[in-house]
Design a binder for this molecule. Structure first.
Ligand code: COA
Length: 378
């Protein structure tokens, strides 16, 4: 085997095959199982997209009914899991709570280590059903309120709003959330997905793979960026001040969150769909705050593209959209997990269907081999 030059950050490295999604930066497109993500977002509910990601084809009505029934059957955390979430440090980031709770529900599953395709699929649906409840319960407990139990009467996205706020909002708001779920669901070998595949490659269990992926997604250069975007929008006093704010940020070489992407260099294909859903929601909500954040974000986008040719990524419209839905900023990355659990677990299944232990080489730059001196000579 010849050892080539180091690829820092694995940039440009093809690490494995995948049939789940394809990122095509040259034509600004992202497909899940061959379908354009923006077409899926407008034509399908998130449950259909989840089914597609896991099974390779969109469901017909009968298949969707079976799938929805399986997800609803898994709703409802155990009393111990709820007790654990209530016990955790309220000052910790909700991603830390979520990471701990997912690890906990893994150890509750007596067949956690089973890895047939059927077992992995069942465990994926279990996490898909329980993760929204963990996020919602944590949100309510942080605000001094009791968790609200899930209801089987509501679809996936509506049920999440119900568990957070006790009711589902206007359809445009639910639609915007559902679209964000579809857009965040899968994105090939990003850091957290590659983490999940790496953990699975040692034949560890699927809950461990997801727990590790949550840790990876937490970082501000990955999932944490949607939170950072909202903090930034709150820092800019008005749309009129946005141009100066951005120029100052660029002059001081500040990394502006929600812009740039390792793979997309001329725009993130998910952004127009999310921005349109966000705008519809702003119009329906109609508050001064909603209009202000919309105008600031438009201005920042214009200046960044004009001055640096760096385009917004999905986190840029998703951050303020989640804020206007009533979610607290630290919940944004956990909400990303509610969606990305589909992609991560599909990748674990794919990894295990043709597994090869992930074990790259390193370019050693330390001192050359030497003898251990006696203690007197050190
Ligand atoms: N704000 C300001 N400048 C940026 C920038 C941003 N968000 N993203 C990239 N740049 C600039 C870099 O400063 C660098 O400029 P230089 O050549 O003058 O040094 C150039 O663009 C290349 O950036 P680089 O950091 O090498 O790109 P990358 O592929 O390693 O990084 C990200 C990609 C996503 C890590 C990076 O764009 C970033 O940190 N973005 C903000 C965080 C974010 O939104 N993450 C979510 C990703 S989906």
């Amino acid at each position: 085997m010849t050892v080539s030059e180091v690829k820092y950050g694995l940039a440009g490295v093809l690490a494995d095959d995948t049939a789940i999604s394809k990122v095509m930066p040259e034509i600004n497109s992202l497909t899940y199982r061959g379908y354009k993500v923006q077409d899926l977002a407008s034509a399908c509910r998130f449950e259909e997209v989840a089914y597609l990601i896991w099974n390779g084809e969109l469901p017909n009505q009968a298949q969707l009914d079976v799938f929805n029934a399986a997800e609803k059957k898994e709703r409802g955390l155990s009393a111990n899991a709820l007790k654990l979430i209530a016990m955790l440090n309220r000052h910790a980031h909700p991603m830390d709570t979520l990471r701990t709770a997912v690890s906990f529900i893994g150890q509750e599953d007596p067949s956690a280590n089973e890895s047939s395709r059927e077992d992995l699929y069942a465990k994926s649906i279990r996490m898909f059903a329980l993760i929204p409840e963990i996020v919602a319960a944590d949100f309510r407990l942080r605000n001094g309120k009791d968790p609200i139990a899930p209801t089987k009467d509501l679809a996936f996205s509506e049920n999440f709003f119900h568990m957070c706020f006790g009711e589902a909002p206007k359809p445009e708001v639910v639609k915007c959330f559902d679209i964000s779920m579809t857009l965040y669901a899968e994105h090939s070998f990003n850091a957290s997905t590659f983490t999940a595949r790496t953990i699975a490659s040692s034949l560890s269990d699927i809950y461990s793979a997801v727990t590790g992926a949550i840790g990876s997604l937490k970082g501000p250069l990955h999932g944490g960026a949607n939170e950072a975007v909202m903090h930034m929008l709150k820092e800019v006093p008005s749309a009129d001040a946005a141009e100066k704010w951005m120029r100052d940020a660029l002059a001081t070489k500040k990394k502006v969150m929600g812009f740039g992407h390792r793979v997309y260099r001329s725009g993130d294909s998910r952004v127009p769909t999310m921005t349109e859903a966000y705008k519809k929601m702003v119009d329906v909500i109609g508050t001064d705050d909603a209009k202000k954040y919309w105008e600031i974000s438009r201005k920042l986008d214009d200046v960044m593209v004009r001055e640096k040719g760096i385009y917004p990524n999905l986190d840029f419209p998703a951050g303020p959209a989640y804020y206007l839905m009533g979610f607290e900023i630290p919940m944004f990355t956990p909400i990303f997990v509610i969606s990305r659990i589909t992609g991560w677990t599909a990748h674990v299944m794919e990894q295990l269907s043709a597994n090869k232990l992930v074990r790259p080489l390193s370019n050693y730059t330390g001192v050359a081999q030497r003898d251990v001196p006696s203690i007197a000579r050190r």
